[in-house]
Ligand binder design. Structure first.
Ligand SMILES: [Zn+2]
Length: 324
């Protein structure tokens, strides 16, 4: 019996060339379509409910099963992805950060993406950040600017040193309160839009989620505040997860098929304990592998990134296909 499924993770899916922010790291719609054709040709699409039924012994997973997941409930998913999936009779699973959607906030991680995409000169951005750090150095007992740059500005295969510096400083290194202050200041200066307005343009709204649910899409939890769950106490984690499950059920999610996609892929044993207690069936991580519920815990299944799968319908399948 097959217990393996290729779960693919997507974030932005948009008409990049014609968008206002051409630098945003996303998947172009045409490449998304090509990838769908490639998957149709080589894999078997299943639904999240079929995966859960299969774990419960009520469904047989076909070989080369594939499942598509979309994080953060971007409007891209409603406008660009949903029609393509609906036309091809494919189910997607959508993971909404509740507070961003319902209170019209913008996640810090998204603010940082758009700050970076709005400023061509990344050195200017580093300099501006350093000026703000100077202002808060005493109050927050910060190290020197050189200390942070040396520690954090390490380029990787995706980003140059300046970009990694901004991302790591503002996503992890500084304490949350100061991170928010700096991100908001840079957002105001470079993106120049009100957070409320920007949020309404960036994310889906509740009605759009409800519509997708009505058309057979799966809606799961992505936390309330999109926190690193492993950085919270057990009580805080419970609040985060409970509130997000209440929300998705209010827009039509089936209480017998609750799923949770961990923000930033981060979780710990407490997270899994709470998820189980709240009747959650599937937990999705960002560990890069083919998911297998025989060897992995159902509450910490691996996923591949869209970039791990060919984006050309005539491509030969790659190594992940053989593992699937
Ligand atoms: Zn997310």
């Amino acid at each position: 019996m097959n217990t393996k499924v290729t779960i693919i993770m997507y974030h932005y899916v948009r008409d990049l060339l014609n968008s206002r922010y051409t630098e945003i790291k996303g998947l172009d719609i045409n490449l998304f379509k090509e990838q769908i054709y490639f998957l149709k040709k080589n894999y078997n699409f299943i639904t999240m409910e079929q995966l859960i039924d299969s774990i419960d012994g009520k469904f047989n997973l076909p070989s080369k099963s594939v499942l598509l997941t979309f994080d953060d409930a971007y409007i891209d998913h409603y406008t660009n992805v949903f029609p393509i999936l609906a036309n091809n009779n494919i189910q997607g699973s959508f993971y909404a950060p509740v507070k961003a959607l319902t209170k019209h906030k913008v996640l810090d991680v998204n603010k940082i993406h758009f700050i970076l995409a709005s400023c061509n000169d990344k050195n200017l951005l580093v300099n501006k950040t350093n000026v703000i750090l100077d202002r808060y150095r005493e109050e927050y007992r910060l190290g020197s600017n050189e200390y942070y740059y040396k520690k954090l500005a390490i380029p990787n295969r995706f980003d140059p040193a300046e970009v990694i510096f901004i991302k790591r400083l503002l996503q992890v290194e500084l304490e949350e309160k100061l991170r928010n202050i700096i991100v908001d200041e840079l957002f105001e200066e470079f993106v120049r839009m009100k957070e409320n307005t920007f949020s309404r343009e960036l994310y889906m709204n509740e009605d759009q989620l409800k519509t997708m649910r009505k058309y057979g899409m799966h809606i799961g939890s992505h936390g309330y505040d999109h926190y690193f769950l492993n950085s919270l106490t057990e009580e805080q984690q419970y609040e985060e997860i409970k509130k997000s499950f209440d929300f998705i059920q209010s827009i039509g999610a089936d209480p017998d098929y609750l799923t949770l996609c961990y923000p930033y892929g981060e979780f710990n044993d407490k997270t899994k304990k709470i998820a189980k207690q709240l009747n959650c069936k599937i937990g999705l991580t960002t560990n890069v592998d083919i998911a297998d519920y025989r060897t992995e815990n159902c509450l910490s299944l691996s996923r591949l990134d869209t970039n791990d799968i060919p984006k050309d319908k005539s491509s030969e399948p790659n190594g992940w296909f053989k593992k699937a």
